[in-house]
Structure formats: C-alpha cells, structure tokens
Design a protein around this ligand. Structure first.
Ligand code: ADP
Ligand code: ZN
Length: 755
C-alpha cells in the first residue's frame, strides 16, 4: 500500500501531502476527511490527487482521518487532467477549481471533528427489491400456486417480474411495486424476494432511464440534413467543429440527432447553455424527445439536487445527457463523448469572479484533448475566435443559411433618433416608426418584444440646478434610480439610499431622472397604449427560475401583449406570436470602449432581432439609434456576418487583439490609492523586465473604485505563435515574488482571456 497521498482541499492552495494508514486503500479521485490547520486542527474534505511513497520534506506529517462516501471516486483521471489544465491555464490553484467543481454539500470544511461528522453528506437511500428466483421454469409453478391461493402476493410478484424485464435490471425500486409492506414481508419470508437499501438516484423517472426505447427524432429538412452530414464529416478530421446557422434555422434539431447517436452508443452528452434559467423552453423541448434522460444542472437547483446528481453520475455507466450552465463542465461524466456549446459566442460562459476565471467554451475545446471527446460550438453569430479557427481549418465547419420552413429573416428598420427628435416625431422614448409599428402589431393581435439594456427607472439622476449627479460612496459609478422602491441603487455593490428631490450638493429640489431603464419604459408604455398589458423581465422583476418560468408562460399564453426586458429576453426564446421587436437604444451597445464592442453589438442585436416572426410570417425589427450609418448597423441590416467579421478581424490584426494575441489582464486592488499606484508601478516595472513591450499599463480603468477599493490594471498581450505557457509561468513567478515583497496587502487578480 502506498504510504502517502497528495490531497486537494477546497482552499486556494495546491495539494498537501498526508500519511496514509496501512489498511486504508486510497486511490486518486476518492474523497477523504483530513485534519488541517496551524494551531488547532479542523477537519476538511479532501480529494486524493495522487498516492505515492515519497515522504514530504516537512517534519510532522498529518494522517488522513477517514474515507468519505464509501470510497467512491468523485472524479476520474480524465477529469483530474481537466482540473489541472484549468488551474494552469487560468493561473489559479487546483483548490479553487475544486471549490467550484464540487457541489457545496460534498465539501464540508474547517469544522471540528464532531461538526464535520455531522456535516458529512449521507446520500438518501431507498429500498430496492429483487426476485430471488429468476429462472422462468422455476417461477412458473410458484406463480400458478400463488395466483390461486394468495392473489395479492401473486400481483406483487408479477409486477416485480414485469418491471425487471422491462428495465433489464435485477433490482427495482420499492416505490414502483404497488404492494403492502405486509405482502412483501410474507414474500420475503417465503424466500421469494429479497431487498436492500440503496442510494437514491438523482433522477425522477427511474424506469424511463433504464428502458432502451428508441427516441422519436424530428425529421430534418434537406438543409438541416446537409448541415448534419457536414458535421459528421467535419468530426472525422477534427475534434472540434463549428455550426454556423442563422437564427431559426433549427440548430437544436441538429443537436438532437447528434445527441441521440451518442446516447445510443452509450456515450455521455453535455450540452452547455449560456444561462440555464433562460432556457426553460429548451429543456422542455429536449424532454419531449429524451424524456427524463435529460438532467439539468445549474446553480438555481437546490444543493441537495445538485449533490444527488453529482453522486449519481459518479456511479453511472454512461448514456447520460446533461443540460447545464458552465459549471456542468466539471460533472463526473465518465464516458463523455460529445459537448455541445450552444450560443458559443455568449460572454456569460466566462466566469469573471471568483477564480477560476474560466471560459467554459474554451475548456470544452481543451476537453477534446484532455478527455478525448468531441465538441460542437454553435451560434448564429460565432465569436471571432471560433470563426477564425473554423476559417483556418483548425475546427471543422458546417453552415446553415436557411430558416426552417423557409421563413425569411426579419426585416430590420433602422430609425434615426436624432432626426425623429428634430422633426418633433419622438414621443417619450419612441420614434414615430416604432410607435406606429407597435400600434399596428397590437391591432393585429400580435405580440411585441421591447429591448432596453438597462434595468431600473433611470441609470442616474441629475440636479437641474447645479448639474450634480449622485454617486455611490463605495464605487466610482452613478446611482440608478428605482422608482418602485423609491431608492437610488448601486448596481456594483448593492448600496442603496432613499431617493429625494433635494440635491445633496446645492439643496435645491432639483434631482430628476435622466436616461431610462426598463421600469420607466413600462410606465411609458402604459401611457401610450393604456389598454394593453405589459410584462417586464429584468433582474428586479425576475430573480428566480420560478419567476422566470412564470413570466415566460404568461407571455406564451398571451396574458400580455408586450414584453419589456433587458438582455434576459434575448436568449433562447421561441415565441410564436411575436411579430415585432423594438430595440429602444442601440447607442449604448455601439459606443462602449471595449475592443469587442462591435462584435458584441452585432451578436446581441442579431440575437434580439431573431426573436421576431419565428413561425410562418416575416417579422419586423425596429432599431432606434443616433448613428444609422454605423458600420455595425449597416452589416446588421444586410445580415452580413462575414463582412462584419472581416472588418473586425482586420482591426484586431492591426492592433494585436484576440484572436491574433492572447490577453491577460492583471487587476490590482487596494483601499489606499497611493499605495496601490506605487505597487502597480513596481509590478509593471518587474513585468516589463520579462515581457518588454508586451506589457501595457498600469492604467486606471473607467470604473476605478468598487466596494471601497481602488483599481489599477496591467495588460499583457502575447502574440499568437509565442508560447503562452512560458508567459504564464513567468507571470506566475513574478507575481509570487512580488507578493512576498513589500506589497503583501495589495490584491492581485489575473484574468486570462478577459471578456
Ligand atoms: P435556432 O436554434 O437555430 O435559432 P430553433 O432550433 O429554435 O432554431 O428552430 C426554430 C423553430 O423551427 C423551432 O420552433 C423549431 O421547433 C422549428 N424546427 C426547426 N427544425 C425543425 C424540424 N426539423 N422539424 C420540426 N420543426 C423544426
Ligand atoms: Zn457601489
């Protein structure tokens, strides 16, 4: 037996070495309880990373206390490689990966022995029954006898035999056998049946998952079939392929075919979606085909449910289908064959805080090497990174340029806000074009979707006497006005204060809302179309999956005519009666300082536009902005993604931005501005020694104070072709040296491939 084990703890640390008792058969991937700490030991959940015989260089080595979860492996070797890759690539510790990968109930930590035992997760169990006699010839006479003498026993036994045959399993959950305990007891005494207590599986319909009935797959159109064929051949030469299909082309139907093929071969499928709460409709659609084979996994589920799912998967033999948010990437799928990344361009695949600041799409691509699966990236407006890889042949490519059923893409009308104001045609936040079209759509009894990328009533208030704009005392941002709660709120730190008309600076009663958010928009709509019903969807009105589902269902049922919302309404929706989409103000998308702003604006606007007229009739989109000649708007009107991509890529190349360079953003934070700036200059100096002109900064970001801490940034640009591995190693070293120097108190955060 190996004498030592390197154990990973849910702390921002690498592994620690512990001694292992003679009789404890540890293997990598198992969970254990270990004592850890400086003065008084606390107990932690650890994962055995490696077992070996090399004594560590420390004097006193602590011992592993005991095994957890019956020695079950919480992850296998392939996943260990994935975790290691994430830690290495995103410049964090393995312990930080463990923190997000394991459901919270599986990693109690920092507890006294007693409290730890209390907190250890005990899987819920249930009773499983089995026929003791399996052979047909032997069973037959028994059944005959029971049928005459004990009909209730006969019924129970018969049911058990049937279920067992249907499921192709010996052990059947007790709850599926409708019989009194008394009857079952008698049967057990007679030696006809047997039972055990076994862990409950996370799934809802046990039988469904066992039975190997064939899935009813949708018939594909010729275009869809062609795209599926393209994908099949793409996957012959590539591990990763991109499906570029316009909105409404039926990409989901293509996934369904790939998923069914994979499941039929016993492989596991992982489908990642940008925000699971927003994909209620998608999950329901998949359930219609794959029934309870579909297992959702995301942060809005209860901890118990996530834990059950995690443990059930760690026992599974394959054939699992997970639909989940980015963290589902870390589920212990042992036979993962296919990952689908839906809307692969979506920025929410990147975790920005806390570490690991990973991008689930990029991890899915890395998984093709680490785990050996295939990855399908899919989007109507691919990220320029994926697009470039597909163009250069690094990824396979399939294209779908027709909408399903031949419905044309919506007509996009760009409405010039400045001109509308000049002509006196603008009423509240609506230009004449948009107002008229809304009225017409509503008259035809169709539904309207209105998109405004700001929640609250107004993004700031301003004094009309002195011009003062109240700011958050803890962050360098303006406070947003929320009318329903009559508060000014900070959208960064949550700070809020009652709203009053009196200006805190000049004391005149002059504070008035400026700009508009979804709350104000809803109010204006009620004024303009008083007889129509409006629903609002943003983080203030919809803050749980249930609330989200309720709003979606209400709108689907036609309980409202207009749906107003933020980004939330742009993703994954398929509303049959929406014929008009209004984008109230495209300016704030077009004119943001980010180097990705054009790409993002194009993606978001085409996604919102894609919500219009998805069934028989052609939809309309009215886009209000002050610069109709903006190149992004022109490309959007032409529906020319490729032209947008070409133009953007030319700029990225000229200025060395992704995909032509890799970025690592180093953010430094501290409450003392002076100290912070001195630290930043020094770190900048050190890094410049290794990186020369590849290092930019320090610069002060646009929002330079959050939660009372000042921020300064450095940016590392590593041209593609240079070794990013070497760059990461140098950076790691430089930061660790810096931390042990004079500026210990300054927080340093590295964000690899910042979004
Ligand atoms: P995308 O994800 O590409 O925007 P969807 O997959 O949502 O498009 O498909 C758009 C609509 O067309 C959906 O209502 C879908 O049910 C329907 N659809 C697409 N393909 C088929 C098909 N092969 N059979 C039946 N309906 C389809
Ligand atoms: Zn704040």
């Amino acid at each position: 037996m190996p004498k030592y084990a390197d154990i990973l703890l849910p702390l921002a640390q690498p592994t620690y070495t512990f001694a292992v008792e003679e009789d404890m058969a540890l293997e990598a991937g198992m969970a254990v309880a270990v004592p850890f700490g400086n003065q008084r030991d606390k107990y932690y959940t650890g994962i055995v990373w490696k077992v070996h015989d090399t004594p560590p260089a420390v004097k006193r080595v602590k011992r592993v206390a005991h095994l957890l979860y019956g020695g079950r492996k919480l992850l296998d070797t392939a996943q260990q490689r994935l975790w290691e890759w994430v830690a290495d690539y995103y410049l964090c510790t393995l312990g930080e990966v463990m923190r997000i990968a394991l459901p919270s109930l599986l990693k109690p930590a920092a507890l006294d022995a007693e409290a730890f035992t209390e907190a250890e997760y005990r899987p819920r169990t249930e009773r499983f029954l089995r026929l003791c006699i399996q052979r047909e010839e032997e069973l037959h006479p028994i059944f005959e006898k029971l049928e005459r003498r004990a009909p209730r026993q006969y019924a129970a036994l018969l049911r058990l035999a049937e279920l067992s045959r249907e499921a192709g399993e010996e052990w059947i959950p007790r709850r599926l056998v409708e019989a009194d305990s008394e009857v079952l007891n008698t049967l057990r005494k007679k030696g006809l049946l047997d039972w055990i207590e076994r862990e409950r599986s996370g799934d809802r319909k046990w039988l469904d998952r066992r039975g190997s009935r064939a899935f009813q797959l949708p018939l594909l159109s010729t275009h869809q079939q062609a795209a599926l064929d393209q994908l099949h051949s793409a996957f012959e030469g590539h591990q990763t392929a991109l499906l570029h299909g316009i909105t409404g082309s039926g990409k989901t139907e293509i996934y369904i075919h790939l998923i069914a093929e994979t499941l039929a071969r016993g492989g596991d499928v992982l489908m990642l979606v940008p925000e699971i709460a927003l994909t209620t409709q998608l999950v329901e659609r998949l359930e219609r085909i794959f029934a309870s084979r579909v297992t959702p996994y995301h942060s809005k589920l209860t901890a118990e449910r996530r834990t059950q799912t995690y443990l059930a998967l760690s026992r599974s033999q394959g054939g699992e289908f997970i639909v989940g948010a980015r963290s589902a990437l870390f589920l212990p799928l042992k036979n993962l064959r296919l990952i689908i990344v839906d809307e692969e361009h979506d920025a929410s695949y990147k975790q920005s805080d806390p570490a690991p600041r990973y991008h689930a799409r990029d991890c899915a691509v890395a998984a093709t090497r680490l785990i050996g699966c295939r990855t399908l990236l899919s989007s109507a407006t691919p990220s320029l990174e994926s697009w470039t890889h597909a163009q250069t042949g690094k990824y396979g490519l399939a294209t779908l340029t027709e909408r399903y059923g031949g419905t044309p893409l919506p007509e996009i009308i760009c409405s010039d806000t400045l001109r509308s104001v000049k002509r006196g045609e603008r009423k509240s936040h609506f230009n004449l074009e948009l107002r008229e079209r809304i009225t017409r759509a509503l008259e035809r009894n169709e539904q309207v979707l209105l998109f405004q990328n700001r929640r609250g009533y107004s993004p700031f208030v301003q004094c009309n006497t002195c011009g003062h704009t109240p700011q958050c005392p803890h962050c360098n941002v303006t406070l947003s006005y929320h009318k329903a709660s009559s508060r000014l709120e900070c959208h960064y730190c949550g700070y809020h204060t009652p709203h009053s008309l009196e200006c805190p600076k000049c004391h005149h009663e002059g504070l008035a809302p400026a700009g508009f958010g979804t709350e104000k928009l809803t109010e204006e709509i009620a004024r303009l179309w008083p007889e129509k019903r409006t629903l609002r969807m943003d983080r203030d009105t919809v803050n749980s999956e249930t609330a989200f589902r309720r709003t979606v269902t209400a709108f689907e049922r036609g309980e409202a005519d207009i749906l107003v919302g933020t980004q939330m309404i742009t993703k994954g929706f398929d509303f049959g009666r929406v014929s008009l989409v209004g984008i109230l103000n495209a300016d704030n998308l077009l004119f943001s300082p980010d180097f990705r702003s054009s790409e993002r604006a194009y993606q978001l606007l085409s996604q919102v536009a894609g919500r219009a007229g998805r069934r028989e009739q052609r939809g309309e989109v009215v886009l209000q902005c002050s610069d109709p000649g903006h190149p992004v708007i022109r490309r959007l009107l032409e529906g020319d993604y490729e032209a947008m991509a070409r133009a953007e890529l030319a700029e990225r190349k000229a200025f060395q931005y992704p995909p032509y360079a890799r970025l690592i953003r180093i953010t430094m934070r501290h409450t003392d501005r002076e100290l912070l700036h001195r630290a930043a200059v020094e770190l900048g100096h050190t890094l410049r020694n290794s990186f020369g002109r590849r290092l930019l900064g320090p610069v002060t970001p646009a929002i330079d104070k959050i939660r009372d801490e000042y921020l300064v940034e450095l940016l590392l640009k590593i041209e593609s072709g240079a070794s990013s591995q070497r760059a990461r190693a140098l950076l790691r070293q430089a930061i660790s040296d810096f931390r042990s120097g004079g500026f210990k108190q300054v927080t340093i955060v590295c964000d690899v491939d910042p979004q």
